[in-house]
Design a protein around this ligand. Structure first.
Ligand code: BG6
Length: 488
C-alpha cells in the first residue's frame, strides 16, 4: 500500500455543484425547461423537514397554463450563469484542484429530442471549461443531474420510455466530441438510485401517467433504461477518446442494524444490497443475483431488449463515484425504537451514538470509512467521493464574517476518516465537497440550507444582493488543500 501516509500527491481536492442549483438563467441562451424548473419552493411550515420535490402531471399542466404561480428557485439558482468568472476566481483562491459541475442537458438540446444542438449552450460550457483551465482546475462533469428536459417528460414520460436512451446518447456524444480535450472525468447519472425515491427527480417520470403499476415497478424499469444509456455513453466516450474516464454515481447510505439481533442484521444487509445494486450493475456489467428474488416477490418484471445484457457486460464504468452525507439504522420492529424525524431518513430508527443535522440527517464520519472499505472490497475499482457536506443555517455577523465552526467540524471529521480509509488501502482518487458556494437545496429548494465555504446573499424567496463572501470554513479548507490533507 503506497498511501500508508495519507493522501496521494495528485489527489483531486474539490467542490461539487449541479447546473439547476447554481446557474439560473433558466430561459436564457436558448435553454429549454427542465424538470427542476417546475419544482416549487414550499415553506417549512407546510412541508416539515421532508422533501418537496415530487410534482404530478396535473401540477405541471397548471403551471404551463399559468394557473399556478409559485416560486421556483432552481430557475434562478445563484446566477452562476452570469457570474461564473467571479465564482471560479474564488474557487481558485480556495485552491480547488477539481470542480464538479453538470451540463444542463436542456441548454444543449432544449427539448431533448431536437435534431441539432443549441450553439449558445455549447459555447457557455466552453467558456466555463476555459475559465477553469486558466487556474488548472480539473472539471468533473455530470451529464444528468436531475435536469431532464421537460418536454421529454411531457412527450415520452421521461426515462420510463426506452426512446429516451437514444436522445441521451446523442446528447452524450455531442458533448464528448465537443469537450474531448477539455474534460477527462465524466459522470453519467447523478445519484442514479434516487430514481427509486423520486422517479420525477431522478428520471423525469410522472408516475400518475402509468396506471396499474407500483412506484417500484416504474422506477426499476426507468433505471434499466439509464443503465443501458450509461453503458452506451461509456462505449461512445472511449471510442472518441480512450483517455476519458466515465463513472457512475450513487447516493450511498451506509445502513446498520440497530441491534445485533440477526433479523436486524439481515435487514441491514438487504438494504445495503438494494442501495449498492446500482453500482453493482455499473461495475460488474450484470444484474446481481440477489435481485431476482426481490423482483419476483415484488412483482417487478423488467422489460429488456435482446442485446441489453451484452451492452451492460461490455461497457462497465472506469470508476465509481458516490455522495455520502449520513448513515441510517434499521430494525425489523421499528415501533420498539426511537424514530428519526427527518429528511431522507424517515423510515429509519435512531442511532443513539449519532447526532443529526438540522434537517434530521444522522452525522456519521466513521460510516464514511466503513463505506469506502466496503465498496473498495466489493468493486476493486477507483472510488471518488463527489459529494459530502453539512447543510446548515449560517449567521452573518455585523462585520460580515460567518463563523461556521459546525461545518468545519463536520468536514474535518469526514476528511479524517477518508484519510484512514486511504491508509487502509482504499483507492480513492478525489473528494469534491458539496456546494463549495451556497446553492439551492435539491430536496427542499431552500437557500437557507447552506453547504458553502462561500456565502451567497440570497434568501429562500430569492431576495438579496447575490454578493459572495468568504466564511471561516473557506480559510480552513484552503489550508487543508494547501497541505494535501496533512493539516486538518
Ligand atoms: C445530493 C444531490 O442528493 O445531495 C444534490 O446530488 C443535493 O443535488 C445534495 O443538493 C444535498 O441535498 P440537499 O437536499 O440538502 O440539497
Amino acid at each position: 500500500n503506497k498511501n500508508m501516509n495519507g493522501f496521494p500527491a495528485n489527489f483531486l481536492w474539490g467542490g461539487a455543484t449541479a447546473a439547476n442549483q447554481v446557474e439560473g438563467a433558466y430561459n436564457i441562451g436558448g435553454k429549454g425547461l427542465t424538470t427542476a424548473d417546475m419544482v416549487p419552493y414550499v415553506p417549512k411550515s407546510e412541508r416539515g423537514l421532508n422533501f418537496a420535490i415530487d410534482v404530478d402531471s396535473n401540477y405541471i399542466e397548471k403551471v404551463l397554463k399559468g394557473e399556478i404561480q409559485d416560486t421556483y428557485p432552481k430557475r434562478y439558482g445563484v446566477d452562476f450563469y452570469h457570474r461564473y468568472k467571479e465564482d471560479i476566481a474564488l474557487l481558485a483562491e480556495l485552491g480547488l484542484k477539481a470542480f464538479r459541475l453538470s451540463i444542463n442537458w436542456a441548454r444543449i438540446f432544449p427539448n431533448g429530442d431536437d435534431a441539432e444542438p443549441n450553439a449558445e449552450g455549447l459555447q457557455f460550457y466552453d467558456n466555463v471549461f476555459d475559465e477553469l483551465k486558466k487556474y488548472d482546475i480539473e472539471p468533473i462533469v455530470t451529464l444528468s443531474h436531475y435536469e431532464t428536459p421537460l418536454s421529454l417528460t411531457l412527450k415520452y414520460n421521461g426515462w420510463y420510455s426506452r426512446e429516451v436512451i437514444g436522445f441521451f446518447t446523442k446528447y452524450a456524444e455531442t458533448v464528448f466530441n465537443r469537450y474531448s480535450d477539455k474534460v477527462k472525468y465524466w459522470i453519467t447519472f447523478n445519484e442514479i438510485n434516487m430514481i427509486g425515491h423520486s422517479p420525477y427527480t431522478g428520471g423525469g417520470v410522472l408516475i400518475d401517467k402509468v396506471p396499474n403499476k407500483t412506484k417500484a415497478q416504474i422506477s426499476y424499469q426507468a433505471a434499466h433504461h439509464q443503465f443501458v444509456a450509461s453503458a452506451l455513453a461509456t462505449k461512445i466516450a472511449h471510442e472518441i477518446n480512450p483517455e476519458m474516464k466515465i463513472g457512475c454515481m450513487l447516493a450511498r447510505t451506509q445502513t446498520y442494524p440497530v441491534t445485533n439481533n440477526p433479523d436486524d442484521v439481515q435487514l441491514a444487509l438487504h438494504q445495503n444490497d438494494l442501495n449498492l445494486f446500482y453500482t453493482d450493475v455499473h461495475a460488474t456489467g450484470e444484474y446481481p443475483v440477489y435481485m431476482n428474488r426481490y423482483f419476483a416477490e415484488n412483482n417487478i418484471v423488467i422489460e429488456k431488449e435482446v442485446g441489453d445484457d451484452e451492452i451492460l457486460k461490455q461497457y462497465p464504468v472506469d470508476y465509481i463515484s458516490l455522495s455520502y452525507y449520513m448513515s441510517k439504522s434499521v430494525a425489523v420492529d421499528p415501533e420498539k425504537h426511537e424514530v428519526v424525524a427527518g429528511n431522507l431518513v424517515s423510515n429509519a430508527v435512531k442511532n443513539q451514538y449519532l447526532d443529526t443535522s438540522d434537517w434530521g440527517w444522522q452525522i456519521d464520519p466513521k460510516g464514511l470509512r466503513i463505506t469506502l472499505r466496503d465498496m473498495h472490497n466489493r468493486y476493486k475499482k477507483p472510488l471518488f467521493i463527489v459529494e459530502n457536506g453539512l447543510g446548515a443555517y449560517d449567521k452573518v455577523e455585523e462585520d460580515g464574517s460567518i463563523h461556521d465552526t459546525y461545518r468545519i467540524d463536520y468536514l474535518q471529521k469526514h476528511i479524517q476518516q477518508m484519510k484512514e480509509a486511504i491508509k487502509d488501502g482504499v483507492d480513492l482518487i478525489g473528494y469534491t465537497s458539496w456546494g463549495p458556494i451556497d446553492l439551492i437545496s435539491m430536496s427542499t429548494s431552500e437557500m437557507s440550507k447552506r453547504y458553502g465555504f462561500i456565502y451567497v446573499d440570497q434568501d429562500d424567496e430569492g431576495n438579496g444582493t447575490l454578493n459572495r463572501s468568504r466564511k471561516d470554513s473557506f480559510y480552513w479548507y484552503q489550508g487543508v488543500i494547501a497541505t494535501n490533507g496533512s493539516e486538518l
